[in-house]
Design a protein around this ligand. Structure first.
Ligand SMILES: Nc1nc2c(c(=O)[nH]1)N[C@H]1C(S)=C(S)[C@@H](COP(=O)(O)OP(=O)(O)OC[C@H]3O[C@@H](n4cnc5c(=O)[nH]c(N)nc54)[C@H](O)[C@@H]3O)O[C@H]1N2
Ligand SMILES: Nc1nc2c(c(=O)[nH]1)N[C@H]1C(S)=C(S)[C@@H](COP(=O)(O)OP(=O)(O)OC[C@H]3O[C@@H](n4cnc5c(=O)[nH]c(N)nc54)[C@H](O)[C@@H]3O)O[C@H]1N2
Ligand code: SF4
Ligand SMILES: [Mo]
Length: 718
């Protein structure tokens, strides 16, 4: 069959297809009904053993998102201030000339690479971002990790030696869940892949368990819990330290895993008495003691902390102390506590060496690297500050850093000064408008799907492959081919090199596998097949194809011995770099508190910056408003709008008074500020870019951006 015959066959009539939802970490199985190439309905797949029919409004809108008329259908090339469509060959030739020109004039250190959140969800993104970074041969590598979860990697790396090992709460068996700075009822869970998180929470309570939420806002998650505790933004590590202090002081410790550093931990926790931290955290000493005792006395318990604690001034300390509590209460690597998933694919991204950070430092601000990356928060400095090593060319894949990274307004200006920029992205948006070339991936439904990384953070072992639902049209390029070609161009092989050269090279990692034994006709499929065959269950792509609703691989099982690779062979309870960082926390506790601080929030019908272009997902409560306590509105004499300012910038915002937020705290969502974008619906209700207010400060051990607890002033505005 020719490609067009195949397309005709697929595009006629009504049919059903199964597809993993790629939009968030819950990875729900969806059942799509299509009429030709149009999605006529989406439901959760009831036969999926993991998601069991659950989906959220974003999944239900997958068809509309996929068919968005503003998606780019072919390469776009900049022509002065305007754009023109170009053929793929011409576009790749321009990319090769652009990158080669910068390398010739300034060397490879003048190249930079930024990859964003969707690269964690696409096969091409996960498999090829590493090779592309290597091929570019620069240390200027930035990603969404340092505006998100890098503190978790650093804390895990220092405690277990493996920065990629993320222990997830065993939601389906735990008796007690302590949620800190996460709102899974809205986000659907993060670093904890659990479709229908809310249903799983409900079942904890139905079986007699207890859920406590610590958050400066009374969120939907808090409303579903037994108890909600308000906390001052940024103060979580002090609260966690006081809980550690309580367990140690009251001798309520049950350690079930091999550990080192208990005495050092005791010494570090000594000053963090509940009384000492209470004014800083805004939590009563008696509450802190009770929270600690509840953890110790529950049959099983899991402490789970996310964005609210990661994107904060002491993100790594918070992530470390979360797992310290899990260890001290006897819940680490244990059913009902926190556990490690066992993915079906060989974990080839992991280094056999124990984690070390800070192997080199950034040019302008001297920030240490983590996992081979510099903080996304300093990309703007590296582009804007002249001098040897200044970034002159940027390759960006699936990222919108103008809206997602600190000091977004300054980045917007800095990007305009680059010599060359290429973006792999379906949209002309606030960031990609600065590119010389935009290379759009095909529609979501034209891509096969497998969750390599998310399967490392699932609450149940599980594997699901979704073949592409729709074929590529003649002249379209897969995202895999786009990234293969970019990688070959970056290696100096030119725009015409055979793209299959890259996966072939990567397959040589799997000794004894004959290429013709492998399933699939593109690189990612063949790599997946190899990784499945080398994986712990000995599966193959053919087997996954036989289970379009997914394959259940059983509950999580203890596996710490396979994970641990610290030089001591023990879980390090007080790694020295973190012990040192506690000094920074103690200093912050003696600072006068900021009268008003800013935090973020998410909305169920939104996802970061790129889902505001689907009419049915925006409007109603999904708007870019500043949540503020009514007492603050009155105290500050505010009307419907206000001016909010920080050390980095100022904005005029619409107010949403609500008593669900603590007095002294305001919340603005990110991913808004849709100015100069090709997304026409989004531009209609643009909102403001909260990241014009954030900037400068990072969490020291991880280099992670600080979005929560940013000091601001709010004033009347007419
Ligand atoms: N103030 C504040 N800022 C934040 C946060 C916060 O809580 N507060 N959260 C942070 C977090 S957790 C994250 S993860 C980041 C996200 O930061 P980014 O990853 O920079 O931003 P996204 O909005 O996810 O942008 C994704 C881009 O990928 C494109 N895209 C979508 N699908 C595909 C695809 O299949 N292939 C390709 N090539 N491109 C695609 C979209 O068009 C969009 O341009 O934002 C961070 N920024
Ligand atoms: N619907 C939807 N789902 C999403 C996304 C989205 O944009 N929309 N984004 C996806 C991405 S990229 C990610 S990383 C995940 C994030 O998933 P979550 O971590 O669950 O993210 P949020 O919903 O922002 O919840 C963070 C919570 O932290 C609270 N918080 C803020 N500051 C502090 C603090 O200092 N201390 C404490 N204890 N709490 C604080 C906020 O009030 C908020 O309720 O969500 C993913 N899922
Ligand atoms: S929760 Fe919603 S967005 Fe996330 S995977 Fe499920 S359907 Fe998709
Ligand atoms: Mo994220």
């Amino acid at each position: 069959m020719t490609v067009s015959q195949e397309a005709d066959r697929v595009l006629s009539g009504t049919r059903t297809a199964y597809r993993t939802c790629p939009l968030c970490e819950a990875v729900c199985g969806l059942r799509l009904t299509l009429d030709g190439d149009r999605v006529t309905s989406v439901t959760g797949d009831p036969d999926d053993p993991f998601s069991r029919g659950y989906m959220c409004p974003k999944g239900a809108s997958l068809g509309r998102l996929d068919e968005d008329p503003d998606r780019l259908t072919g390469p776009m090339v900049r022509d002065g201030e305007s754009w023109r469509p170009a053929g793929w060959d011409e576009a790749f030739a321009i990319v090769a000339r652009g990158l080669e020109g910068v390398i010739a004039a300034h060397g490879r250190e003048a190249l930079a690479f930024f990859y964003g959140n969707p690269t964690f969800h696409t096969m091409a993104g996960v498999l090829y971002r590493g090779p592309l970074a290597m091929a570019l041969g620069t240390r200027n590598v930035f990603s969404a990790s340092t505006i998100d979860q890098m503190p978790k990697h650093v804390a895990s790396g220092l405690m277990t030696g493996d920065p990629w090992a993320v222990a997830v709460p065993d939601l389906d068996r735990t008796d007690h869940l302590l949620i800190i700075g996460a709102n899974p009822a809205v986000s659907n869970g993060s670093l904890c892949a659990a479709p229908d998180f809310v249903g799983r929470m409900r079942r904890i309570r139905e079986r007699g368990g207890r859920i406590v939420v610590i958050d400066p806002r009374r969120t939907r998650t808090a409303e579903l819990a037994d108890e909600h505790v308000f906390v001052r933004p940024g103060s979580d590590p002090a609260l966690l330290f006081a809980m550690v202090h309580t367990l140690l002081a009251e001798d309520r410790v049950t350690i079930r895993v091999p550990v080192a550093g208990l005495d050092r931990l005791r010494e570090l926790a000594e000053p963090f008495t509940p009384e000492a931290v209470a004014p800083f955290c805004g939590v009563e000493p008696a509450t802190i003691r009770r929270l600690a005792r509840e953890l110790a006395s529950a049959r099983t318990a899991a402490v789970y902390a996310r964005i609210g604690t990661c994107t904060a001034e002491f993100g790594t300390l918070a992530q470390w102390l979360v797992d310290v509590l899990n260890v001290l209460a006897g819940n680490f690597d244990r059913a009902g506590g926190v556990m490690y998933a066992k993915p079906a694919t060989a974990e080839v991204h992991k280094s056999p060496e124990p984690y070390v950070g800070g192997r080199w430092t950034s040019r302008v601000k001297g920030f240490p690297e983590t996992l081979g990356e510099f903080p996304a928060a300093t990309m703007v400095d590296e582009i804007a500050e002249p001098g040897p090593g200044q970034i002159k060319a940027l390759v960006i894949v699936a990222g919108n850093p103008v809206l997602s990274t600190p000091d977004g307004g300054r980045l917007d200006e800095a990007l305009a000064g680059l010599d060359f920029m290429v973006a792999v992205d379906p949209y002309l948006n606030e960031t990609t408008r600065h590119a010389d070339v935009i290379l759009p991936p095909p529609r979501i439904l034209q891509m096969p799907h497998y969750d390599f990384l998310i399967s490392t953070i699932q609450v149940r072992n599980y594997s699901r492959y979704s073949p592409a639902v729709l074929p590529l049209e003649p002249g379209q390029r897969s995202e895999a081919e786009i990234m293969e070609r970019l990688t070959l161009i970056a290696m100096g092989a030119g725009p015409e090199a055979d793209p299959s050269g890259l996966p072939s090279q990567m397959l040589s990692m799997f000794p004894g596998l004959e290429p013709d034994q492998l399933d699939g006709d593109d690189g990612p499929d063949r790599l997946l097949d190899a990784m499945l065959r080398f994986g712990p269950y000995g599966l193959s792509l053919a087997q996954l194809r036989e289970h379009p609703n997914g394959l259940d691989l059983g509950p999580l099982e203890p596996r710490l011995p396979e994970i641990l690779k610290t030089p001591s062979g023990l879980v390090e309870l007080a790694p020295e770099p973190l012990a040192e960082d506690t000094g920074r926390l103690r200093a912050a506790m003696s600072r006068p508190p900021a009268p008003m601080v800013l935090i973020g929030r998410r909305h169920l019908r939104s996802n970061n910056s790129w889902m505001h272009n689907v009419p049915r997902l925006i409007g109603g409560t999904n708007r870019c408003t500043l949540q503020i306590h009514p007492a603050d509105v009155e105290r500050l004499g505010l009307g419907d709008r206000a001016r909010i300012s920080s050390a980095s910038g100022d904005l005029v915002v619409e107010l949403e008074p609500t008593d669900t937020i603590m007095p002294g705290v305001v919340s603005l969502p990110h991913g808004w500020g849709h100015r100069r974008t090709g997304q026409k619906v989004a531009a209609g209700d643009a909102g403001v870019n909260v990241n014009e207010l954030t900037g400068g400060v990072v969490d020291v051990p991880s280099g992670n951006a600080v979005f929560n607890g940013v000091p601001v002033a709010v004033e009347p505005h007419n």
